[in-house]
Design a protein around this ligand. Structure first.
Ligand SMILES: NC(=O)c1ccc[n+]([C@@H]2O[C@H](COP(=O)([O-])OP(=O)(O)OC[C@H]3O[C@@H](n4cnc5c(N)ncnc54)[C@H](OP(=O)(O)O)[C@@H]3O)[C@@H](O)[C@H]2O)c1
Length: 331
């Protein structure tokens, strides 16, 4: 298919804070499709804080390199197919990168059912919702009556973690930046308390908000907040390491302190990569759909239009600009 494929490329990898100069808008031809491949037109791109960690070195995928199209997950429609099992009009969730078109081998793709709003496929039923679901329930193993604390609580992963924990009968405390986000967590999402890390010392505020200590800490942030949580954990407490958004923009990450408490309090810390639960995604999506349809799980999206706005919207994640899942509508 002839035409132009607008894409955001990485000019160079950041050494510290990410800035717009690390990206550029470029034009390439729409790729041609080989046997066994499909041509995808990107509908929505998901801006995940974790994409920033891919710039720091190899993770569960190869490190990003300067000059390449910025990587990221997208919801896309098949517009040409040379692969069995895929027809024009099928929807897929794929590693589209920040671009309008991509040709990919179909063997690595799964089609997803068309539902409304389409954006839910890439937000609450996508990586954010699934990370919250499997991280909390499988890694954290929360029990009714326990105290759960989640950081970046007003973000897309954190807000779902807190609500699922409430559904499981836990007491939930969120950590977020600013009075407005904290009020939203308590008034709209039903959290029991919220700590505003931008305006109060986290260690002291957590102690006051969790008079009976913390049983499960869902960590999206790392750094000082993780250290403060460790100091407030109960015996046999579980720490779920989902991400470290406070560290992604640092040339020298802080590392974990207060490790003595792991011995004295018999703590367990475990990380997760959501894709490990890939085969069980439908089960989680079905359960979350039930909660959404009965109004017990609320979800917020923060959608802007146009691929050219992706770098600024992405950088804003690290300033706490977003209210819920930040998506870019491409077409
Ligand atoms: N392990 C996995 O498989 C997996 C998969 C997906 C995502 N994740 C992780 O989940 C976490 C949340 O990701 P998301 O994409 O859903 O982002 P998000 O929570 O929607 O947005 C990021 C939030 O982080 C907070 N933040 C930014 N800089 C911060 C700092 N220096 N200190 C404290 N908080 C800061 C901001 O909220 P405030 O306004 O409250 O500061 C911001 O809204 C990330 O750490 C990501 O890496 C893990």
């Amino acid at each position: 298919m002839a035409g132009i494929n607008r894409q955001i490329q990485l000019v160079e990898l950041p050494k510290g804070k990410l800035s717009p100069t690390h990206f550029t808008l470029a034009e390439a031809p729409i790729p041609s499709v080989s046997e066994g491949e499909v041509l995808l037109k990107t509908i929505l791109i998901s801006l995940d804080a974790a994409n920033r960690a891919w710039m720091q070195g190899a993770t569960y995928r190869d490190a990003l390199e300067s000059g390449q199209v910025m990587a990221g997950g997208g919801l896309a429609e098949v517009i040409e197919s040379k692969a069995e099992g895929f027809a024009v009009g099928d929807l897929v969730f794929a590693d589209t990168g920040w671009q309008e078109y991509i040709a990919l081998p179909a063997k690595n793709l799964n089609s997803v059912p068309r539902l409304e709003p389409l954006s839910y496929l890439i937000s609450v039923y996508g990586i954010a919702g699934l990370t919250a679901y499997f991280g909390l329930l499988e890694v954290g193993q929360p029990k009714a009556g326990e105290t759960i604390v989640v950081s970046a609580a007003a973000g897309s992963v954190g807000s779902i973690v807190g609500q699922i924990a409430k559904l499981k009968g836990c007491r939930v405390v969120g950590i977020a930046g600013g009075a407005e986000k904290c009020k939203w967590l308590v008034d709209e999402l039903g959290f029991d308390a919220a700590v505003d890390y931008k305006n109060e010392p986290v260690h002291k505020a957590l102690k006051a908000a969790c008079p009976e200590g913390i049983d499960v800490y869902f960590d999206n942030v790392g750094g000082e907040m993780l250290d403060a949580a460790i100091l407030n954990m109960n015996e046999k407490g579980r720490l779920i390491i989902s991400g470290a958004v406070s560290e992604y923009n640092k040339a020298e990450p802080r590392g974990i302190r207060n490790t003595l408490n792991f011995i004295t309090h018999r703590l367990r810390m475990e990380g997760l990569v959501v894709y490990d639960y890939f085969k069980r995604f439908p089960e989680a999506q079905a359960e979350m759909a039930g909660w959404i349809s009965t109004g017990r799980l609320k979800f917020t999206e923060d959608i802007s239009e146009g691929i050219e706005g992706a770098p600024a919207a992405f950088i804003g994640l690290f300033e706490g600009e977003n209210h819920g899942r930040r998506l870019i509508k491409v077409s």
